[in-house]
Design a protein around this ligand. Sequence first.
Ligand code: AMP
Length: 547
Amino acid sequence: MLDGFVPFPEEFATRYKQKGYWIDKTLGEEFDDFAIKYADRIALACNGEYCTFREMAERVYRLALHFIELGLRPYDRMILQLPNELEFVYVYFAAVKIGVIPIMSLPVHRDAEISFFAQFTKAKAHVIPSRFKDFSHQAMSHEIRKKSPALTLTFVSGDNVDPAFISITALLNDRIEERIPVAALSSYRPDPMEPGVFQLSGGTTGVPKIIPRTHNDYALMFKRASEIIRLTKDSVFGIAIPVNHNFALTSPGLQGALYCGVKVVLIPSPRTDVVFESIERERITIMPTPPALLLRWMEAPELSRYDLSSLDAVLAGGARLNPEAAKRIKPILGCNYHQNLGMSEGMLFWTERDDPEDLLINTQGAPMFEDDEVRLVDENDREVPYGQPGELLVRGPTTIRGYYNSPEYNKKAFTPDGFYRTGDVACMYKGRYLSVEGRIKDTINRGGEKISAEEVENHILSHPKVENCAYVAMPDRILGEKGCAFVLAKAGQDLTLDELCRFLKDERNISAYKLPERLELVHSFPMTEVGKIDKKELRRIISEKLG
Ligand code: AMP
């Protein structure tokens, strides 16, 4: 078993298998099946390029053979940082086919995050675009490799590949299957009970947490989710958010769509005009989207210039959809919607299309499986009365039992009997439906992208002019929340937002989406009774200031 992985207890694993949730197939075997079943259908579209399931499989198997030849083996870790492009799909499935575990990082991650993933997981490979949004991932990979001895392979998509690195295009052009038969891949079959993918938690701690998703539970998730949202062979699935996210990859995402033989359109940017143009051209029927994007679409002046009549449903998740916004979806976009409350740690809740309007608008849905166990508890872990708000605890056949290699943190993040403490505060609403009312975890949810307050605070504290700080969410009409830094400067020092952000970006190398968008200089902090900075009060202060 992979060191640092917390398996499901045997009793639960047996039950999940007996009940047919887990079928002991690897993600690679699931891929083999749909690649054969839908061979002649179009699988992928991106920037006017198309490929069938058969062509996709040929490229995936070719890359997998190259990965083996280059020394990658089952359970090796690979940091996958590609944007929404065809190569992402080839690399992802090539990795899982041979049990190499992709770490689903984002193209916008920078040295601070990637170095951590590389060192913490001892990743062997890093997969990057040659350039993305004017940033050189290749220069970054060189720097990271100097600090990360296990990282010995960098794969690059696109052109102008550094001679020290390996071009994905060159691998795809080299027909290795004429030298080594594709059947050889079957000797590298991973165990479906082991992690197939490492997702990332926005987390609440100084460093991100790694979420090990097994082949069994990940496949279960995308299959059931694809039924709930009613994917059919005539659906066309559009992905404009980073495909690396759990929401876009598995809920049901890329994998669920391909499993149903559905064409997936990878949209390279979430910009409104780019998305609308893709919907019109490819006749997209269904798309995952955080509420922030949905609001932008509904308010876009160019909306009426495009034919979006193919759109059948949008999937709203990642952050709370405001009920007023929910009511506007049908009149403005002319389509249905599903709300979902999801977490990369596993459990997924959905509203269904024919749910009564009250549930559709006011809740984030019900769990997917009978064996999904949900508890709402007070601060002493006692069940709250039905309808009252409590912290959401979850356990079930898609929910992890521990973060990778984090035994101490796992004691806090999971109950002794294995429930994951989500840090979300929710109310039970008519049967098993939930409405999310808030959270107790210390994160900022910026348009669906989670930011750990502690992680950013640690970076801010390293600024030479900073005595103390607190990073909190401030309300934003479109994104829901943005980060606001409250800073106590050292005596006689002054600090501007611009100066702080330049330091965080250039010296600390953190991703741009984590940067504060407002700075409040203070002389002291409000404190709680136990002597901690009172963040609730800071959130109230900034909300009031912003009106
Ligand atoms: P992630 O693992 O990045 O998907 O983040 C999971 C977290 O996002 C959840 O624990 C919630 O805090 C938040 N979240 C996801 N979907 C929703 C939703 N529909 N409403 C409110 N919060 C949500």
